[in-house]
Ligand binder design. Structure first.
Ligand SMILES: [Zn+2]
Length: 380
């Protein structure tokens, strides 16, 4: 279904499937425009960043010198977190403790990759296994709530567990594999504030079948406590150093025997199905448009190739069928139930309680934005 006012950016491949996209008079969108202003700013800062990062590493070592570990790293088995683990140990000379979240959806290959990589790097691993019954209830609640960011519950709990493990082990630094330059383009209308525990709680209260008791929820107050009282900080090394994804991939294959999954974030079966099937079908969102736009801006993909790629199915048709069976069976949906979920009208996360005091929320939407009064009205 193509709307009559459909428009695609003339420089990248972002289009009106982002309801908030803006175009200038030359047909260039806000996403690639923001990308270039950020990258230019980063380049200008490059030298001082390198120096600054060396200082940060010194501090991490000094602060952690009397403890078993001096930093916490999250590991999913994907390229970014694997490469980060390599750098932290081999290049930065830190003593990391790796944390992995098992939400029940890991592919077998991801588990194998993680075990193998950390063994080679001699990094200790803590795996937090989420109570599957709770997680299933929560995932089904998100489906029933008809909101877009079903992955927010995974991202939220990873973050909560990272802080929790840092606090328990007296570690002050969490290092993340997030990268501004390759993950810059992602419309706000396609995701939601991952830190909003109130939204998660409210959706579970309304549609969940069991109460959340062990699910790692982190309220804004709790986060403040970690950051202010315990002085735990999060650092994204990839924002300070040059990050070349292809080179990173080659290095982890050659040095660590990492095995490719064939797609971004495909280490999780749910993520693969969510991005490749649920998002396009129910929400008319194809995240490849954001990923490819990043690559176009970075100068490593031609716009015409991206447009061609997008016309193809997000992933192998056979695999989609297999995943459809697997996901519906694991979540205990009949085909009819799942189809009616996919056809139900989409709702906004703002139809549910949100944490208006969260720092991210304030950054997300300015108080003068009309959406704020809309939220207040929705909540009556
Ligand atoms: Zn653009």
């Amino acid at each position: 279904m193509m709307e009559t006012n459909y428009r695609v950016c003339s420089r990248c491949v972002m289009d009106t499937s982002d309801s908030q996209i803006k175009f200038n008079k030359d047909g260039i969108c806000n996403h690639c425009t923001e990308y270039f202003s950020l990258v230019t700013a980063n380049q200008e800062q490059h030298d001082s960043n390198t120096e600054k990062f060396a200082g940060i590493l010194d501090t991490i070592k000094k602060v952690g010198k009397d403890h078993e570990y001096d930093c916490i790293i999250g590991i999913s088995g994907g390229v970014d977190s694997t490469y980060l683990a390599y750098l932290v140990k081999q290049e930065f000379g830190l003593r990391p403790y790796a944390v992995h979240l098992d939400n029940g959806w890991n592919s077998k290959l991801a588990v194998k990759n993680i075990r193998n990589i950390l063994k080679r790097l001699e990094i200790d691993l803590y795996t937090h296994v989420i109570d599957w019954e709770e997680f299933k209830s929560l995932q089904k609640a998100y489906f029933a709530a008809s909101v877009i960011d079903i992955e927010a519950i995974t991202d939220h709990s990873i973050n909560a567990v990272l802080y929790q493990v840092a606090a328990e082990n007296n570690v002050k630094y969490i290092l993340k594999g997030f990268n501004n330059a390759t993950e810059k383009i992602m419309p706000k209308s396609w995701t939601f504030n991952k830190r909003d525990a109130i939204n998660i709680q409210d959706i579970n209260d309304k549609y969940g079948t069991i109460k959340l008791s062990s699910f790692p929820l982190m309220s804004n107050e709790k986060l403040n406590d970690y950051e202010k009282s315990m002085k735990i900080q999060t650092i994204s090394p990839f924002n300070y150093i040059k990050f070349d994804k292809d080179a990173a991939k080659k290095l982890i294959i050659d040095e660590l025997g990492w095995v490719d999954y064939g797609g971004k974030h495909y280490e999780s079966i749910f993520t693969r199905f969510y991005q490749g099937y649920i998002l396009p079908r129910k929400f008319s969102v194809d995240k490849r448009k954001a990923h490819y736009s990043n690559l176009i801006c970075a100068g490593v993909m031609a716009r015409k190739d991206a447009l061609e790629e997008i016309k193809q199915a997000p992933y192998d048709e056979e695999m989609i069928k297999e995943d459809y069976e697997y996901v519906t069976k694991k979540l205990e949906y009949s085909k009819e139930e799942f189809e009616s979920i996919l056809k139900a009208p989409v709702k906004s996360h703002f139809n549910y309680k949100t944490d208006l005091n969260s720092k991210i929320f304030k950054k997300y939407i300015s108080p003068t934005n009309p959406i704020v009064s809309m939220i207040k009205k929705l909540r009556k």
